[in-house]
Design a binder for this molecule. Structure first.
Ligand code: MN
Length: 218
């Protein structure tokens, strides 16, 4: 995607995969504010129990959520190198989405807001899109669960084999926020509602109300 391409263009794949008469997910055509966020923005991680469990890491940039599917989830353990498959940009309206995507729909299953907060590129690093094009994004997360420095590195060998879903590695840096043997599965509750995926699937009421991170204006 070109750097000046409007956000609406990059959401074409998101729209094409979904039937908004059936899925409760937000329609990308609505409520996507324009604009760039060159110095980071909000991030969210969804725990998505689809055909296969995975975590979706989404970084707000250029008016959309750049997204990676992380099968084993992010970790604070700097020795954990997590596969992260880059997937289609999602609309900003997806940020706080939590619910059940009907069976038979794309991504059918249950989704919780597993973590959220803000991300910032490491000082001196290129900002979001430029870093993605170059295949290396060094950034910090300040979330309820995730904290400290991370790097996303594209694995070019795989990227060439399947350019629409390039594979990256997500690695926590060796810093003060690092925790050895840290496993995402040990923290199963939504930061938005306190619910687990099982409880969302069962239609349970929220046990807490997490406050969403504030959007920054570019
Ligand atoms: Mn997903």
């Amino acid at each position: 995607m070109g750097r000046d391409e409007p956000a609406a263009m990059s959401l074409r794949t998101y729209r094409a995969k979904r039937d908004f008469r059936v899925t409760p997910e937000p329609d990308a055509a609505r409520g996507t504010p324009p604009g760039r966020t060159p110095d980071g923005g909000r991030f969210v991680v969804h725990r998505h129990r689809a055909r296969r469990l995975h975590y979706d890491l989404r970084l707000e940039m250029d008016g959309v959520l750049a997204s990676w599917a992380v099968p084993r989830g992010p970790s604070l353990d700097p020795t954990a190198r997590r596969l992260a498959v880059q997937v289609e940009d999602h609309p900003l309206g997806y940020f706080a989405f939590e619910g059940v995507i009907p069976a038979g729909q794309y991504g059918g299953g249950d989704v919780i807001v597993w973590d959220w907060g803000h991300w910032t590129p490491e000082p001196g690093q290129p900002d979001g899109r430029a870093a993605i094009e170059m295949g290396e994004l060094k950034f910090r997360l300040d979330g309820d669960k995730l904290d400290g420095g991370f790097v996303l590195i594209r694995t070019d060998r795989w990227a060439k084999a399947r350019p629409t879903r390039p594979k990256w590695l997500l690695i926590h840096r060796r810093d003060a926020a690092a925790v050895s043997a840290w496993d995402a599965e040990s923290f199963p509750e939504s930061v938005k509602t306190g619910r687990t995926n099982d409880e969302v699937a069962a239609g349970a009421k929220a046990s807490r109300r997490g406050r969403p991170p504030k959007a920054r204006r570019a």
